[in-house]
Design a protein around this ligand. Structure first.
Ligand code: SAH
Ligand code: SF4
Length: 365
């Protein structure tokens, strides 16, 4: 189905972009403002400008004295995010191609996607530029890893969302470029910049971390039950032979230790895990594999999301036909496994390298 799309030029006024140097927690901002010789309540004002109003450029912080604005500008522009391109799908999904800059690192391009829902706005953000995992069906996998993103570069994508859509996202999924648990320290810090009164105020339960299966990372999440973010595991295959091929990380952490980590996570957090399963025609969509999958996840506190594949030009994978998806879902349901299938969105813009299917499903929960 052809879906209309429009490519909007990024306004010249937005140049050189969105400063990220003040995307810091209250305590961190307190230290910056203190070093400028200003009282603590100024830090609170800066925090409000950035995290409540989405304004991270000190020159626009009109309630601050001019000299302080000048001092803060030096910090604010140490790193920034520059929108390069905006694509808007007929269904309202918006994809931004963004370039991240940091005086200490090479610039890199990433993508962020905004998915409007009935009452929500979900931001699908990137955690790395590129990805080292190399899943053969994924466009990001083709790139290899360019570099990790810092916490402000991850959480700062909310500021792009706010400037692009005119409002803050209500939900965030870590399903853009990159493997979040391979950049855990920055992702963990970014979670603090996103949630609660210290950050953009997005509730922990509205944050979803997606992983290709870094078992030690899942155990780390299990060790922090107070974090309360959602976990999505990109399973895509119920046995090691197939999963070794589709998710190369499986050779390092095969299904047995991986599922053991998931069981530990569920025991520790009592939270439902989502298993993502991208439906690839004649690769992982047969009835036998559906039964094997039911055996693998049956009895766990979980939900299976069947993701329609967004084809990537040049890659030898095709989306499963609707009938195969229905049959697969039916077998899982018949075995008592909670399963969701929905129509893809943002197809015309190949959102987040075709990863939009997973993000959209997470947006519906
Ligand atoms: N690296 C993490 C998070 C980013 S990918 C992970 O793999 O979980 C987010 C989701 O998009 C994963 O489930 C991934 O398998 C899926 N995905 C990647 N390319 C896709 C495509 N072309 N079509 C549909 N889903 C895709
Ligand atoms: Fe990396 Fe996820 Fe793409 Fe695999 S699916 S290559 S882990 S971004």
């Amino acid at each position: 189905m052809a879906v209309a799309k429009s490519v909007l030029p990024v306004e010249p006024a937005a140049q050189p972009g969105i400063p990220l140097g003040l995307v810091r927690t209250r305590a961190e901002l307190g230290a910056v403002v203190g070093a400028a010789g200003e009282p603590g309540y100024r830090a609170e004002q800066v925090h409000r400008w950035v995290f409540s109003r989405g304004q991270a450029d000190p020159q626009a912080m009109t309630s601050l004295p001019k000299p302080l604005r000048g001092r803060l500008s030096e910090v604010a522009w140490q790193r920034w995010l520059q929108p390069l391109k905006l694509e808007v799908d007929a269904d309202g999904t918006r994809k931004g191609l963004l370039s991240v800059h940091d005086s200490a690192r090479p610039p890199a391009e990433i993508e962020a996607v905004l998915i409007p829902g009935r009452s929500r706005l979900t931001l699908c953000l990137s955690t790395q530029a590129g990805c080292a995992v190399g899943c053969p069906f994924c466009a990001t996998g083709l790139l290899g890893l360019r570099r990790n993103l810092s916490a402000p570069e991850i959480a700062g994508q909310v500021l792009w969302a706010q400037s692009s859509a005119g409002r803050f996202p209500t939900h965030v999924v870590f399903m853009g470029m990159g493997e979040p648990l391979a950049n855990w320290e920055a992702v963990r810090h970014a979670i603090d910049l996103l949630r609660g009164p210290d950050g953009f105020g997005i509730g922990s339960r509205r944050l979803t971390v997606s992983t290709a299966g870094v078992a030690p990372g899942i155990l780390q999440l299990a060790g922090e039950p107070g974090l309360q973010v959602n976990l999505a595991l990109s399973l895509h295959a119920p046995n090691d032979r197939l999963r070794d091929r589709l998710v190369p990380l499986n050779r390092r952490w095969p299904l047995e230790p991986l599922m053991e980590a998931v069981r530990t996570y569920i025991r520790a957090t009592r939270r439902r895990v989502s298993f993502e399963y991208v439906m690839l025609a004649d690769v992982n969509d047969t009835p036998e594999l559906a039964r094997e999958l039911a055996d693998r996840v049956g009895g766990l506190l979980c939900h299976v999301n069947l993701i329609p594949y967004n084809p990537v030009p040049g890659l030898p994978f095709e989306p499963s036909p609707d009938a195969a998806v229905k049959r697969f879902a039916g077998i899982l349901e018949g075995r008592g496994v909670a399963v969701t299938v929905r129509m893809p969105r943002g197809r015309s813009i190949h959102a987040a390298c075709g990863q939009l299917g997973a993000a959209w499903r997470a947006a519906q929960r």
